[in-house]
Design a protein around this ligand. Sequence first.
Ligand SMILES: [Zn+2]
Length: 250
Amino acid sequence: MSMRLRTICGPDGEIAAYEMTMDTTRVLIRVRTGRRTQKRIVLRADDGGLSVSAPPFARPKDVADVIAQNWRWIKEAHDRIQASKPKRLRIGDEVVLLGHPYVIASREAGEAALDEGQSTLWIPADQDNVHVRVCTWARAFAREYLTSRAAHWIETTGLSPSYVGVKSQKSRWGSCSSQRRIHLNWRLIHAPVPVVDYVIVHELAHLVHMHHGPAFWQLVERWLPDWQAQRAWLRLHGSELFVLDENADA
Ligand SMILES: [Zn+2]
């Protein structure tokens, strides 16, 4: 593998980023302003991409050395960020629904439909925009599935909200208002069923306890003894549920 590193300067002449080229992979590492008290050069990978911050006394050469030494970690973090970015779906791509991967395929006639036996999501062949069709279908499927799953839990628990709706939420999986209205995040449709169940039961339990105290969790546990595993799953994989984006680039 060949590796090259160059600096990219901003209008003021300060180094704005380091560009690392590994074979054909180009990775941009943004320079982040560090804390004044910072003692070490720190690499970070998050939603905003890769970044590095350095103590005030560090020289560009020191930063470059740290980047070069950590190329393997940088490459892995870069690949991970790329893989989790929403992309435009095409025939042959996979979409995960209720924890299972489905291949998007086209067929001559009929509506978009899920074929569980063949792990296929069928899209009518006349659709010129497969990506938008899949996004629209997934939202409708989410509305249908999540409300019927909620109905199942309402019957099982005997807890009845005044309303159950599905909507797009950026940072919550569900909500329950003091007017007993429950909203579920449509993106849950990608999660395994036990995780979906956990969010529904969690919100239903808020109809009894509007807090997260021991009594609340006891109630959740009555129906879902393994709720902790589902909660942990959401914490670990929650960001992966944001894979569908109607405005995604190619
Ligand atoms: Zn809650």
